[in-house]
Design a protein around this ligand. Sequence first.
Ligand code: PLP
Length: 514
Amino acid sequence: MLNKQGRQTDITTASEFAVGSITTHSGNMGLEQQELLIYEIGDTERTGVDLEGIKDFENRLGGITRDNEIGLAGLSEPEAMRHYTRLSRMNYAIDMGLYPLGSCTMKHNPRLNEKVARLPGLGDIHPLQPKSTVQGALEVMDRLAHWLKTLTGMPAIAMSPKAGAHGELCGLMAIRAALDKRGEDRSIVLAPESAHGTNPATATLCGYKVQSIPATEDGRVDLHALKDALGPDVAAIMLTNPNTCGLFERDVIEIAEAVHSIGGYFYCDGANFNAIVGKVRPGDLGVDAMHINLHKTFSTPHGGGGPGAGPVVLSEALAPFAPVPYVIHGENGFDLVEHVEDGSDSFGRMTAFHGQMGMNIRALAFMMSHGCDGLAQVAEDSVLNANYVMASLTDVMTVSFDGPCMHECLFDDRFLNGSDIATLDFAKAMIDEGYHPMTMYFPLVVHGAMLIEPTESESKQSLDQFIGSLRHLVAEAKAGNKELFIGAPYLAPLRRLDETLAARKPVLRWTKPE
Ligand SMILES: *Cc1c(COP(=O)(O)O)cnc(C)c1O
């Protein structure tokens, strides 16, 4: 039986798993091409170009000439083109379908951003050019900084951090510098158990001991446990708001006041800013430092056009400790302060140059094309979409926490109880349905977590199709069709891979078979 997409759909019992059991001579599955490593296709004995040897050539390398084979794979131009095109087709992308990875905000990346980022005056410049020749680029950084400060209600910003985690490092280094200046040697950073792994990692890297704060029944930080943990040795709390369960921390102002009352700082993980942009200003909540994932909130999700960027907004208390470089309005236009000046409290420099320029441009293009009202609607629509998904699945899947969610909805594996199907199996079956799985097993506070973040990019129609797939899978699981799950994916070119082995013992170097 073929469904509307012309796909084989009558795979219901183990013996009928025809699609999964076909093996082809080529390793290809239909028009899904299996692709070997470039070294396996190419041949070091061959070269893809016919260049004549250089005549009358004087070697001036002074004895450091390579004398062994370079070992590159020789391919013809069409072979090289096919290799990379085939690889690109093996990648699931935001431009191919819904990408429900919770906590990642995989939203549409408007082509306008790309067009602007590639303008020669922005795309073809170099950070070491004279400042007089890159005034426009400096103005982009300055304007973006202004928008980010305005949206967050914070007085200062560090633009150079290159990712969310890097922004966390920046924020904690500013906190450390502020405490040093006060002559205090505090050793503890508090982090809720639902925190993203980068939070405790950052605190540890900065030399702090991490103390975990438990969650309440309703998925929020336990205020009493937090207050009990506060003391003169606490440097900061790292809190995500909205948190990684997709919920707003209602006690956030009380938390900020409590942390400030013992002389600590409030670091807010702003990766989930998408849910509140244009609606809530973190500065009004008592935040001292917060990174903003430009590659989440302001489009261009990870892999969707290059690297990320994690600017950090800072409160009045932390502003003096911000790193260099930063843009100023100088006598002859925009200027960059590149070095820590005498008497400055800046903690120094984090990056070689000024930050992720391409991401700055994309984020500013996104903001300017949306405007203030459009950005507020981003938050509204992302929250609406997540609640629509949640409400459409509550009768068949188990929602972890009651009540409306923010921009992502959290399910756990209780609905699979007794089916012998785990969250992982369920996620793999989603691949056969043509969807990238949601975030699994995170946050750690619920068992077998499934965190879905549809983002504001999705239409009702595409959400309905996604919901339809999930409802179908749940029905199959409840009907005892275990086979559909435990061997999944059946329709992907590669089946179950040993992901643990791949993560723990990655094979990063190809060696020529003997
Ligand atoms: C994505 C994310 C981070 C880390 O951001 P990167 O840019 O991937 O380093 C930190 N915290 C939360 C809650 C996140 O979702």
